[in-house]
Design a protein around this ligand. Sequence first.
Ligand code: 13P
Length: 286
Amino acid sequence: MLANLNDVLQPARKKGYAVGLFNTVNMEMTRGIIHAAERMHSPVIIGTAEALFPYGPLEEIAGYLISMAEKATVPVVVHLDHGLSRGACLKALELGFTSIMYDCSTDPYEENCRKVREMADIAHAYGATIEGELGHVGDNADSYEGELGETSADGRYTDPDQAKDFAERTGVDALAIAAGTAHGAYKLPPKLDFARIREIAHIVEAPLVLHGGSGLTDEDFRCAIREGICKINVFTDINVAAVEAALRRFDDMGKGIIDLLPAVVEAVEQETGKKMKIFGSVAEGV
Ligand code: 13P
């Protein structure tokens, strides 16, 4: 069933778990993510990012993603991740996305506030939810999410008092913070600033989001969630798992695309399910 961020993140915040956002560019990835959510009885957020549009145009993705989400037996949020332009955010809302992220994190603070506030009013009028970003989660060299800037340096980590001001002034339903992660595969293990997460969670009411969820350890996830993270974004790990599975299948028996596609669905399902378990969003006993 279709849901928005409030439907899935408010319970997560109360009960102390996180809901995963998994980005998709095609039908097989989407199928794998929804299969995992249904098998695990877990809510899920499925997204695509503006930088991924060349691999899966927004209109095409909306065409199958929304109807698959409606038919799912668990709550599915259909989310635009890293909307970088006003146009992409408006298009996603028009197409029926139940949630958007308007990423103005590279703009000066006042501009970020003003643009996100305006977009929050529009999204809410659609009955949709909105995520903003403060501080700046950068990219590792091989990030597929796009050119969002360099890997975070300490100066770009989210300031707790500014986070409170930003969340209150913009009315965002979720706030992405920079606390040591980056998009894409890490060359060196990242060092998360858990104290900063705790401090922000203590004074900001909006659920907090951790981007760059691929390559973190189970312990990183558990600590981040314990300190107040409610949504964790993942793409690289499922993207790579899909290709590795397709290559293995090709070596074994593959001749055509129909030999490889089931392996992609299965690999995305496995990797997504593993993350859901660590995030604690799965039903008891699964
Ligand atoms: P990874 O690709 O590092 O998992 O990051 C995903 C992300 O944060 C999407 O917004």
